[in-house]
Design a protein around this ligand. Structure first.
Ligand code: 3PG
Length: 216
């Protein structure tokens, strides 16, 4: 496995997930799959994140599980051990890049400027997370980078929603979009306590349908 080659998945939207109880992980994975989303970015922002990655990796093989908010070399090894098949970060540091290379963990570095994008490209990365996308300049920034840095592809994250996702996906240098709107923490807590995950499936299905309409 190369640190440059992401596992394949179909979804054009990547849910950025904060899991607050490991018991939420597997039902959430099934709910997203039922709505056509076969990828999860489970962030390390809560201590339940790491065991949640492990739970989904073990129990839901059809779900591609990535680890999000990976910011230190130590976390790289932890997410590999948990079974994550790729990782994303809000940024990129020399130590983090060395760690993903050593672990051969496919990685999507976060960038916010052309200079950062060029550093990532020097390391071989072609898919980059534009973060925070809205604050970085959103659609206009991506259009501007498409000229001089046309070989790069982006996953804008931060400020993306159902309302604007297709505007991003219409850009030739946007491969996919990420966002927390697909798994709002309050809705997840409610779904877990009622064991009814249909609200999450509905959000996933809306995004899947919307992305499909952009490709017609
Ligand atoms: C991320 O961590 O990638 C972002 O916080 C998600 O941003 P959003 O909440 O605006 O979707």
């Amino acid at each position: 496995m190369s640190y440059l080659l992401l596992p394949s998945f179909n979804s054009k939207t990547v849910p950025v997930i904060v899991i607050t109880d490991v018991a939420q992980a597997v039902p959430m994975a099934h709910a997203l799959l039922a709505g056509g989303i076969d990828v999860m970015e489970i962030t390390l922002r809560h201590p339940a994140g790491l065991p949640a990655i492990e739970a989904v990796a073990k129990a839901v093989p059809e779900m591609v599980v990535g680890a999000g908010t990976v910011t230190t070399p130590e976390q790289v090894q932890q997410v590999v051990n948990a079974g994550a098949t790729f990782a994303l970060s809000p940024g990129m540091t020399p130590a983090l890049i060395a760690a993903v290379k050593a672990a051969k963990l496919p990685f999507v570095p976060g960038v916010m400027t052309p200079g950062e994008a060029m550093v990532a490209h020097e390391h071989g990365f072609q898919l980059l997370k534009l973060f925070p996308a809205a604050q970085a300049g959103g659609l206009a920034m991506l259009k501007a980078m498409g000229g001089p840095l046309s070989e790069l592809r982006f996953c804008p994250t931060g400020g993306v929603s159902l309302a604007n996702m297709n505007e991003f996906l219409a850009l030739p240098n946007v491969a996919m979009v990420g966002g927390s709107w697909l798994t709002p923490v309050d809705l997840v807590v409610q779904a877990a306590s009622s064991s009814d995950w249909s609200s999450i499936t509905k959000l996933a299905q809306q995004a899947t349908d919307q992305a499909a309409s952009s490709q017609q």
